[in-house]
Design a binder for this molecule. Structure first.
Ligand code: AMP
Length: 635
């Protein structure tokens, strides 16, 4: 007898479980299934996401449903449509050998009449988000007056999202004698209130310690200055070349902006938030599941219910407003017994939140420092070397070997290795040479002096003064783009762009100085001559200009094109926004889209942009620290 049999599950479920490949019940399944099968009881189960709780209620539910009766017998409420669809799918999988069981998903953003029609055809189980369910009840499209089972999944999250009144109203429409099974990762007061009001003598099961985080997740925080938040994110990604992560931001706007910036910097990233259409979200999720996206930048609401295994890191780009939400975020990693890391990028003023989270998750954070440029380069080099070593050779290549040998025959093995690695690596080194160390430790800025032998220094860069600035509608990003294009330089050749009102500063390496002076001093901007001079400021140590953008400090980043990140087959670069990631209509339009990162030709040749100006508009918002958002919208 296998372990699922011992729990009392019937033949058709055991067959389905075999197909699913589940070998042993998880803890929550072991505890909940026999109880729920044995008697009709209310139950409160404290369990994190990823512990197998869908099956913990799904298996007994399927077994208890009367397939011959076409009336609605069970209602499952879940916080988001993603989770709603996921649960529906799972329940369908569990019931595939049980003839006549119909499960219908009911959620916002899809046709309500079609959903009503599906229910009318005879759905014994409805899986719904509270907002849409309430809507259907109000319109008389559904009858839940005679259900036998009501499951509240992720109850804390539903209440977090402002569904308290809907839930109370929906439950009031159900019969008193039904069984209610409530699943929640945490037990805040609102959840306890619901349990008290609508449940009678519930049995309580707890998986792991109450309110505790998963034991398979380790928690780390990195203290940075607010302006370095984005740079820190990039460095963390660079220091973890195989990262497969969800990056959490607080607002849709920040989510979109961070994703766009990552894509622009060559990372395989995409945004997931509520302003995307369902089809767009599905596309993003499909790519994420297929690992074509390494960094999924998401809001809490959109990421609820993401069920993707093997996520290596959860990155809290910004901490959530509600500390409890941290638990949900970190639960995206360390699933199914795998190890995961939850990272928090934190500023000094937010440090106290770390202690509050530690109290809630009953686990300690490890304080870490953002790796230095040299450390990242070492990691990447080693990763590259390992990748070369592990790469399988397609023997098609043998046909080309004579020609290749011809070209390379004069090189020694050592030279060959150096050159091969440099093909991929030079851009990285160039970037990190130019960029300062950003690590900070518990409030004390950890400065590394230029004399420190293992850190790259900035010496040698030339700093320029130029008589155009924000008055001319430039911000650091659009000015950098403009300079790059006008001077026909590469992405990382112009750096430390610092825009003031009537003038700006920027750096290049000395080899470009002649070109900068010659070309720029002969360009006109709306009839006005541009004047560029070499600044007395040596350009090495500037670190606090009055700019607004957190990302702006980083002057771009090492584009990962042709670099180390595992990448879509056949794709030249990162995960480009125009193909797979967050489409923008209706949502947040970053100024970046309408500014001119990809302008062709010189200064006057850019395409007209919104607002009638043909110059790059200012980037209006920082995405370093945003104001506290209001509670998330309901579905
Ligand atoms: P859940 O907590 O229901 O979201 O489940 C998390 C993941 O674990 C899902 O991918 C399930 O398919 C998987 N899962 C659930 N129960 C088991 C089990 N007994 N053995 C292996 N995987 C499971």
């Amino acid at each position: 007898m296998n372990k699922f049999e011992q729990l009392g599950l019937n033949e058709s479920l055991l067959k389905a479980i075999l197909d699913l490949g589940f070998e042993n019940p998880s803890e929550v399944q072991e505890k909940a299934i026999p109880l729920l099968l044995e008697k009709d009881t209310d139950m409160v189960a404290l369990a994190q996401t990823g512990t197998g709780k869908t099956a913990a209620f799904g298996f007994p539910l399927i077994q208890k449903i009367d397939a011959d009766n076409r009336n609605t017998q069970a209602l499952v409420l879940s916080p988001t449509r993603e989770l709603c669809l996921q649960i529906t799918n799972e329940l369908k999988n569990y019931s595939k050998y049980e003839k006549g069981i119909n499960v219908v998903a009911v959620y916002g953003g899809a046709s309500i009449t079609e959903q009503a029609r599906d229910i009318k055809r005879g759905a014994q189980i409805i899986v719904a988000t509270p907002g849409r369910m309430q809507d259907m009840i109000n319109r008389g499209l559904v009858n839940i007056k005679n259900i036998d089972y009501c499951i509240l999944d992720e109850a804390d999250e539903m209440l977090n999202m402002g569904f308290y009144e809907d839930i109370v109203s929906i439950l009031s429409d159900t019969p008193d004698q039904k069984s209610t099974w409530l699943f929640s990762a945490t037990m805040p007061q609102e959840v306890a209130r619901i349990a008290k009001q609508f449940m009678s003598e519930p049995v309580e099961i707890t998986v792991g310690a109450k309110n505790s985080g998963s034991a398979t997740v380790s928690h780390e925080f990195y203290l940075v200055n607010a302006r370095d938040r984005y740079e820190a994110l990039k460095r963390l990604a660079d220091a973890n070349p195989d990262i497969f992560s969800v990056v959490f931001c607080r607002t849709k706007r920040d989510t979109q902006a961070v994703a766009e910036k990552l894509i622009e910097d060559g990372y395989s990233a995409a945004a997931l938030h509520g302003d995307l259409s369902q089809a767009q979200r599905d596309g993003v999720m499909k790519s994420f599941r297929g690992r074509q996206i390494q960094m999924l930048v998401a809001t809490d609401v959109a990421a609820r219910g993401i069920d993707v295994d093997n996520i290596t890191h959860v990155v809290n780009y910004q901490l959530p407003d509600e500390i409890e939400t941290y638990n949900h975020r970190s639960g995206r990693t360390g699933r199914a017994g795998k190890l995961g890391t939850s990272i928090v990028i934190v500023t000094k003023s937010e440090l106290r939140k770390i202690s509050s989270i530690e109290r809630i998750i009953k686990q300690k954070f490890e304080e870490k420092t953002i790796p230095s440029g040299i450390e990242i380069c070492e990691i990447q080099l080693l990763h590259l070397a390992t990748k070369i070593k592990d790469t399988e050779v397609d023997h098609e290549i043998d046909n080309y070997l004579p020609a290749i040998n011809n070209v390379l025959e004069d090189l020694s093995k050592e030279e060959l290795i150096k050159k091969m690695v440099s093909v991929e690596f030079n851009r990285f080194i160039a970037y990190y040479k130019k960029n300062r160390d950003i690590s900070t430790q518990s409030g004390e800025r950890r400065e590394r002096s230029d004399a420190e032998p293992r850190e790259f220094n900035n010496n040698g860069a030339v700093r320029y003064f130029v008589n155009i600035g924000s008055r001319d509608n430039f911000d650091w990003m659009s000015l950098k783009d403009y300079l790059k294009e006008t001077l026909d330089l590469g992405r990382d050749d112009v750096f430390k762009v610092d825009v003031k009102e009537g003038f700006s500063f920027f750096n290049t390496d000395p080899e470009h100085t002649d070109k900068v002076m010659e070309v720029l001093n002969n360009v006109q901007l709306e009839g006005r001559r541009i004047n560029v001079e070499i600044s007395k400021n040596d350009g090495g140590g500037r670190r606090d200009h009055n700019g607004r953008s957190g990302g702006g400090r980083s002057s771009g980043g090492p584009r990962r094109e042709g670099s180390f990140a595992p990448r879509r087959e056949g794709s030249g670069g990162g995960f480009r926004s125009d193909r797979n990631s967050a489409p923008r209509e209706g949502g947040f339009r970053s100024d970046r889209n309408s500014s001119a990162p990809k302008r062709e030709g010189g200064f006057r040749s850019s395409a007209p942009r919104e607002g009638g100006s043909d110059r790059a508009p200012r980037r209006s918002e920082s995405f370093g620290d945003s104001p506290r958002p209001r509670r998330p919208r309901r579905d």
